[in-house]
Design a protein around this ligand. Structure first.
Ligand code: BES
Ligand code: MN
Ligand code: MN
Length: 456
């Protein structure tokens, strides 16, 4: 079989036959609890890397597992690196996804076992079904559809530490630069505009996390004896957080940038429904709703250590610790944003409470080059696969790996796409993947690979 029939019609028909096997692969992936942030799952992370390696070697790629240690001693998680048989003169395309997943949180909040997949209607439920098991299956499915007719050189890179912010990726990139160099890179870890409506992601926010420790006294004291003039550490930290916002609920820290305008209208009812926001709870900030998620900064408290309610007593807490996650505006360097946050904290600490900032981790945002020829080609493929016009969207989340890759290979054209959608519930309970979108995404990626052979 050599470069025979790669019409969209034929590929679509092939996919109709093979799609159930890809759904099964996704079910198998969900069964491996590859949580990168929890040490007790490190063997599961190894197992998922092995499973993914096998998937790609079964379809004729040379696949192996690699990990690196940074000069600072950070030990990387297992990544799968696979390549197709070399075709001289053909362009090289790198396909990216990640096999690590987020922890489940409280399993009681799930309506299923998080690592036992369940199909309900058009959706497949389970941790990692969408973020990013679906990304792996899209690459596998597209390569499977083209099979021996694959007209480009393909490198598959399935990372095992994306959910940690890709801590060893820079070292990985330098170690394997020759193998990772590509003309086009397809990142399948983002979302579509809506179920049934395809999109290319043109911006992502960056992310800066840091831990604050707020202290007010040398030890705890009786709240009746000292309360009033003496304010507890938890309250001081709360007042600090409130100083991040203006009256309208915009982040008011100077130097973070941001734009109020978006090209699309995100209806408030859809946003509220997707996030499960309770009636009467108002949205914060001003400007277009899409801009507030895509191109304005946000600060979220993602962890807080303080006296628990169960252990509460009439005592003034001397100390509290909290972890903040600040989403930064695309185009703004996250390290600069972190400096702005630090300056704000140091000048706004209520009652002069002491504060230290530690464990700072920053990952950059992303802005697509809309002039890249691959962008137009991708929109055509997405539109053809879904039979619905593909649109440009921004995304409020972050994939720091992309800019690291871009600075190493500035010539490469990047396509960020993905099969998550507003109902996916990524990082939360009852995560799910639309199966019809998954099928369309496999076809779209096969069409892109087919067409890139002629237009690198
Ligand atoms: N797939 C997400 C990125 C994403 C989020 C795409 C929302 C589309 C919509 C990715 O797995 C992710 O969660 N990234 C982390 C990065 C962080 C650890 C630096 C994020 O955004 O929190
Ligand atoms: Mn992801
Ligand atoms: Mn994620």
């Amino acid at each position: 079989m050599t470069h025979t029939d790669l019409t969209t019609h034929t590929l679509r028909a092939r996919l109709e036959e093979t799609f159930p096997t890809f759904v099964q692969t996704l079910i198998d992936l969900i069964a491996i609890p590859s949580v990168s942030s929890l040490p007790q799952h490190s063997q599961d992370l190894d197992r998922s890397a092995q499973y993914v390696q096998q998937l790609f070697s079964d379809i004729g790629l040379e696949a192996r597992i690699e990990s690196v240690t940074t000069p600072e001693g950070v030990v990387g998680k297992p990544a799968v690196l696979a390549r197709s048989p070399h075709i001289e003169g053909a362009p090289t395309v790198l396909l990216y996804a990640h096999h690590d997943v987020q922890p489940t949180g409280d399993p009681q909040r799930w309506s299923l076992e998080p690592f036992t997949a369940e199909v309900r209607g058009d959706r497949l439920y389970g941790r990692g079904s969408s973020d990013d098991g679906a990304g792996i299956v899209v690459h596998l499915g597209a390569l499977n559809l083209l099979a021996r007719d694959l007209p480009v050189n393909v490198i598959v890179f399935i990372e095992g530490e994306e959910e940690l912010g890709s801590p060893t990726f820079d070292t990985f990139l330098h170690t394997y630069a020759d193998e990772l160099r590509a003309d086009v890179i397809i990142v399948t870890d983002s979302d579509n505009w809506k179920v049934g409506e395809p999109a290319l992601t043109t911006t992502l926010r960056g992310n800066c996390c840091c831990t604050l420790e707020v202290t007010v006294s040398e030890h705890a004291v009786h709240s009746g004896m000292f309360g009033g003039p003496m304010v507890d550490a938890t309250t001081c930290a709360s007042l600090l957080i409130s100083s991040f916002y203006d009256e309208a609920g915009n982040v008011r820290i100077k130097g973070l940038g941001g734009s109020d305008k978006a090209d699309v209208d995100w209806p408030e009812e859809e946003f509220r429904a997707a996030a499960g926001i309770l009636e009467g709870v108002q949205l914060a900030g001003t400007g277009d709703l899409a801009a507030r998620v895509w191109t304005k900064p946000s600060i979220t408290v993602i962890g807080w250590d303080t006296t628990s309610v169960a252990e509460a007593s009439n005592t003034i807490a001397p100390k509290t610790r909290l972890r903040l996650s600040m989403r930064t505006v695309p185009g703004i360097e996250p390290e600069k944003a972190m400096e702005a946050l630090r300056a704000h904290i140091e000048t706004h600490m209520p009652f002069g409470a002491h504060v230290t900032i530690s464990d700072v981790e920053c990952g950059p945002g992303y802005q697509a080059d809309l002039e890249a020829p691959a962008v137009e080609l991708a929109h055509r493929a997405l539109t053809e696969a879904w039979s619905v016009p593909s649109v440009n969207i921004g995304v409020g989340g972050s994939i720091p790996f992309i800019s690291q890759f871009q600075s190493e290979f500035p010539e490469a054209q990047v396509l960020v796409m993905g099969v998550e959608d507003p109902l996916t519930n990524a990082h939360s309970e009852d995560e799910s993947q639309s199966l019809s979108d998954l099928k369309h995404a496999i076809l779209a990626e096969a069409l892109i690979l087919r067409d890139l052979a002629h237009k690198p």
